[in-house]
Design a protein around this ligand. Structure first.
Ligand SMILES: NC(=O)c1ccc[n+]([C@@H]2O[C@H](COP(=O)([O-])OP(=O)(O)OC[C@H]3O[C@@H](n4cnc5c(N)ncnc54)[C@H](O)[C@@H]3O)[C@@H](O)[C@H]2O)c1
Length: 331
């Protein structure tokens, strides 16, 4: 699904040329290749041998990201990886080390850092307008029906996906961590599988403690009927902000100039109940920035260090909840 969207976005970004696509299912690769008049491959090794290929965008199932990125890096290609950069932070570190050793650029997709108003909030927080951060809440209350999990045998598995926190709420986790600029400890977490037939969690709640003593809460579910919003709320000693989906719906900072942050109360919903709606619509900016990083020979904004933060917290939450690889043996 997202691979075809990347092909379209790359086609639209003038500094990047789409030259080939690859999917293990040959008909899928061929369909996209025909649409854009480029080469189709069904084996990654063949894609990597395509003449003139500079960079690869990895859009395979999440638990394959680092492995596929490693193949590209070892072939000397720059690597862009969809979110999450991998489900497990150790694999991200392995990929980052390989890219460094090969001298290729590694970037991630967290497109919801890119909308202008969200960037204004980040700058306002960094400039101290909210004062000392005391509380941050991130919620992703979406709906994914059983048919969605049945649509791919990797979905909802511990090996290749994780659950709502890893797949859907990871955008919200990333936005929250990026805005507050601190990595928290997990005080407690609860990640059950309540209603869907899947291995990983369809509900996840975690209580966080930031290094400055501030508290945070993460809440995610794919059981919210009919699919509600995502929201990040940050409260500081001098002000507060609420971002719903990609709209800043509330911003206050004592003494802040008018228009410091664009507040927009009305807007569309997006991917809350529709997996095919690409959440946020800022992919083009994210991909274009990665392309500019290659041309300028620098780290992209969403580099490995940035992309790993949400996955570090995700893994810490799973550990605190005792799920997935952290589940205690019951026998
Ligand atoms: N940034 C976003 O908003 C966003 C949105 C949707 C999905 N994603 C991410 O994109 C990734 C893919 O999600 P999706 O919904 O597109 O899944 P999908 O199952 O629709 O697509 C994955 C594709 O990878 C192919 N594939 C699997 N193994 C392969 C291999 N070894 N070689 C080549 N191709 C292989 C599959 O055939 C399939 O076509 C996930 O990591 C997901 O988290 C991100």
């Amino acid at each position: 699904m997202i691979g075809s969207f990347h092909a379209q976005v790359v086609q639209d970004v003038s500094s990047i040329e789409l030259v080939a696509v690859c999917d293990i299912v040959p008909e899928k690769a061929q369909a996209i290749a025909d649409k854009y008049g480029v080469a189709a491959y069904s084996a990654i090794a063949d894609l990597l041998a395509h003449p003139g290929l500079d960079a690869v965008s990895v859009c395979t199932p999440s638990g394959m990201h680092a492995d596929h990125g490693l193949l590209a890096a070892r072939a000397g290609k720059h690597v862009l990886v969809e979110k999450p950069m991998d489900v497990w932070v150790e694999k991200i570190d392995e990929l980052a080390a390989a890219c460094k050793a090969q001298g290729v650029i590694l970037g991630g997709i967290f497109q919801n850092r890119f909308p202008r108003a969200v960037q204004q909030v980040k700058k306002a927080i960094d400039d101290g307008w909210l004062g000392e951060i005391v509380f941050a809440n991130g919620s992703c209350l979406w709906l994914r029906l059983q048919a969605y999990y049945d649509s791919g045998d990797w979905r909802g598995t511990w090996a290749l996906d994780g659950g709502v926190l890893s797949n859907q709420a990871i955008h919200t986790i990333d936005r929250l961590l990026w805005l507050v600029g601190m990595q928290p400890d997990v005080q407690s977490a609860y990640c059950p599988t309540l209603a869907r037939d899947m291995e990983a969690e369809d509900l996840g709640v975690a209580l966080l403690r930031f290094p400055n003593g501030a508290a945070g809460i993460i809440q995610g579910t794919t059981l919210a009927n009919p699919g509600l919003t995502t929201a990040v709320t940050v409260c500081g000693t001098k002000g507060s902000v609420i971002i719903e989906d990609n709209r800043v719906v509330y911003f206050h900072a004592d003494g802040a100039p008018e228009g410091l942050v664009e507040v927009e109360q009305q807007g569309a919903g997006g991917a809350s109940a529709d997996p095919s709606a690409i959440w946020g619509g800022a992919h083009a900016a994210n991909i274009e920035e990665f392309g500019r990083a290659i041309l300028e020979g620098r780290e992209p904004w969403v580099n490995a260090g940035e992309a790993r933060k949400a996955v570090q917290l995700l893994n810490d939450i799973y550990r605190a909840a005792g799920v997935g690889p952290y589940a205690k043996a019951t026998a």
